[in-house]
Design a protein around this ligand. Sequence first.
Ligand code: X90
Length: 276
Amino acid sequence: MSIKIVADSSSDVYKLEEGIYESVPLKIITDEREYIDDGKCNVEEMADYLASYKGKSSTACPAPGDWLKAFGEYKKIICVTITSNLSGSYNAALVAKQQYEEENPGSEVFIVDSLSAGPELGLIVEKIQEFIKEGNPFETIKEKIMEYKKKTSLLFTLESLNNLANNGRVSRTVAAVAGILGIRLVGKASDEGTLEPLDKVRGEKKALNTLIKLMKEMGYKGGKVRINHCFNLEAAQKLKALIEEKLSGKDIKIAQTGALCSFYAEKGGMLVGFER
Ligand code: X90
């Protein structure tokens, strides 16, 4: 039995080395341009363009048809979406699931609402791949992945929340905190899948130390960490070293955020997904 994993592009996972996987793109839209987050998008060019663009910019989640296309011809599909509290992606996947199962008797689509974004989805996708590789039945994978999800978290540090506020994903009051030069907002994905501010700090060093302190408080014990940064490789590398040194972290990987996460995390932003 082959199982297909499908995730939206908020996961920053565009392909997997092994297994059957497909990423479904979100889009970044301005009055003049449209960027499709398909892993081929030039994120640096997009960031530069947006920095000089004065008009409105927004994003769009996949339509049910986009999910349907990705489901393809598979009998068993596991689908991972960005938090349903900030995007319509989950609902679109749900509509696609109903249609797919109706049109393909015997098929099943299981949807995981990550209640998160970026590297926490990455961890979930990786784990599903692992469960499939181990030869677990579909039913077992469904149970195991929901258990796993309870033990993963997302922390972030953001230098600007302009795009989040302009698109109604965070209140103006929260966004204003990071509007002051040099101030970063440190927060987490809440249990409801919203942005929960935890601290405001000045400077990179303070931000990194705060992340370390929070990871410890949240129960990190040396498990997997995935750091996705928006043009801030140096800080990501420093964070990795700190996690290794202070929290005995071992399996830590660094990646650049894709188009959707880069749009919202903005330059300097960092997303940290980890196992508790
Ligand atoms: O449907 C759409 O158009 C997409 C909307 C996405 C809005 C949120 C994206 C967040 C990206 C920013 C920091 C991490 C926040 C995590 C909160 C759960 C990453």
